[in-house]
Design a protein around this ligand. Structure first.
Ligand code: AMP
Ligand code: MG
Length: 505
């Protein structure tokens, strides 16, 4: 489908004017369950994300319409939408669960934007579906705020992620350990298909559907795979590469996902399903952000391995599509998983070099990087230290206290600083230019848990969403100095350590 230039320029002024093209809903019934969202009492707009709205040419003025939320939740207002919950399975904490599916999310429909790109509009917290497994299909305000803020933060950090169009608050109580306000996030992604979507059709022996799912993903989102001799192997190759790059980016920015189950892994290599995630405050390689993760399966430093594990789950699911000869298929897929590590290490080397402000590649760079992390372990704020490292003065033996005092082992840091200075000299690095380059890759602002928590408390206690708005504004420009917002770039307060987050709230 092609649109003329002037059509593409026209913004969609009302939600009811969105043009839906529900390609996924035309797949066989096994792929989903048709179900409409259930209204939430007192549902109201808490925040609207104009930058996500622009992806589908939705005019920001829609948010000012008094019936905006009512329209989103009304079948009559969206007659061309085809709401559905997607079916999938997946490996949760390493154990295969035969059927999961969207238990509390509904894809309202798929919108084609002016560039003919398909965008799923998915309401999370929209009520029970066939896949709810006895749970209420709802999401609480605190987890919705966290997802809403973090997906925007990740996007602005340059990390592939689902987006969020708006946050919806309500007066309806949702029962967890105690009653809490219910909420919804209207999430957007080109596709919400997961590794687990493939696993479902493989493990139920529905291989024709498996192929149809792969064809859907290739034709809509990864058409470059269709040009290749073996499009399904090419699909896997692309997913491998994107996953490796994604996880390297997480490690670079200090992001722990928290629940890397294979049903939370996007086939498009997006950060998907924000739950008990956390950004590192103090650097701790084994940081566990999810309080239900007793074994540390999803600890920060385990993420690259879990990426490989999940790709193995996906590889198994793709087996019937790769080659009629099973051992040949296994060999081809295994070769790709090997490639995962090559891409991951390459990407990690590039990211770490950029974080150190190095322009050239040298043999000792990884050691320099690892030694710095070892010095940070348990005592140094990850984000603040890299930001401060931009101020490293290569002409001085002793570094400014603003940097040096961040390290518990100051002499150890001094020794490292000498190696770093020598390495910088080796490439005739200019301190000013290096600082400017480093500040473009080392963010000043990340969404620390305590920041989200402050926004959550304001919203829960006073129905005040202004902190959400402030953080959304702040996180639009994570690399900029934003001097007026310096307090958000301070070390977290002591109470931040008492925050506890776990799965599925
Ligand atoms: P998550 O840990 O959020 O990725 O969720 C894992 C699975 O449980 C998914 O299939 C979710 O849709 C489902 N789920 C989580 N919370 C709820 C809930 N409150 N009601 C229904 N299903 C849920
Ligand atoms: Mg999930």
């Amino acid at each position: 489908m092609s649109l003329s230039l002037c059509e593409a320029d026209v913004a969609v002024g009302r939600v009811s004017d969105l043009r839906f093209d529900n390609v996924y809903s035309r797949l066989p019934d096994e792929f989903f369950h048709r179900v409409a969202p259930q209204p939430l009492r007192g549902a109201r707009l808490a925040h609207f994300n104009s930058s996500a709205a622009a992806l589908i040419q939705l005019a920001p003025s829609v948010a000012a319409e008094p019936d905006f939320i009512a329209q989103l939740l009304s079948e009559q207002a969206l007659p061309t939408a085809a709401p559905l919950a997607m079916c999938y399975s997946g490996h949760q904490f390493g154990v295969y669960v035969p059927r999961l599916g969207d238990g509390r999310a509904i894809v309202l429909g798929q919108v084609r934007n002016a560039d003919a790109q398909l965008w799923d509009l998915q309401l999370k917290g929209s009520g029970p579906t066939r896949y709810s497994r006895g749970a209420d299909g709802r999401a609480v305000l605190r987890s919705s705020i966290r997802e809403y803020l973090c997906s925007e933060a990740m996007h602005q950090l340059g990390i592939p992620t689902t987006r969020a169009l708006c946050l919806i608050a309500s007066d309806e109580a949702v029962y967890r350990e105690q009653p809490e306000p219910g909420a919804m996030v209207l999430r957007m992604a080109q596709s919400h298909v997961r590794f687990g979507s493939f696993e479902y059709f493989y493990h139920t022996g529905q291989h024709a559907y498996l192929r149809q799912l792969a064809d859907y993903v290739i034709d809509e989102f990864l058409p470059q795979a269709r040009e290749r001799v073996n499009p399904y192997l090419a699909l896997f190759e692309i997913v491998v590469e994107r996953t490796a790059r994604l996880i390297a980016q997480w490690q670079g920015v200090g992001f722990a996902h928290g629940v890397m189950n294979s049903d939370n892994m996007s086939i498009l290599g997006l950060t998907l399903d924000y739950g008990p995630f956390g950004f590192l405050d103090t650097y701790q390689a084994g940081f566990i952000c999810n309080h239900s993760d007793h074994s540390g399966r999803y600890a920060f430093d385990q993420q690259p391995y879990i990426g490989a594990f999940n790709l193995t789950c996906l590889a198994q699911a793709l087996l019937p599509l790769i080659d009629v000869d099973q051992s040949a298929a296994i060999e081809k897929l295994q070769a790709q998983i090997k490639e995962y590590w090559t891409v991951f290490h390459q990407q990690m080397a590039d990211i770490s070099r950029a974080k150190l402000g190095l322009q050239t590649q040298h043999e000792g760079d990884q050691n320099l990087w690892q030694s710095l992390l070892a010095l940070m372990e348990g005592g140094t704020d990850y984000t603040l230290a890299f930001r401060a490292l931009a101020g490293f003065d290569s002409s001085k033996i002793t570094q400014p206290s603003a940097l040096r005092d961040m390290f518990v082992d100051r002499e150890g840091f001094d020794a490292w600083a000498q190696r770093y200075a020598a390495r910088l000299q080796q490439e005739q690095s200019d301190d000013g230019q290096r600082a400017a380059a480093m500040n473009k890759v080392n963010p000043k602002f990340v969404l620390r848990n305590y920041m989200a928590e402050v926004a959550i408390r304001c919203a829960e206690d006073n129905g005040d969403f202004s902190e959400i708005a402030r953080l959304m504004e702040l996180l639009q420009r994570p690399f900029d100095e934003q001097l007026g917002n310096a307090h958000y770039a301070a070390p977290p307060p002591a109470w931040a350590q008492s925050i506890s987050v776990s799965c599925s709230s």
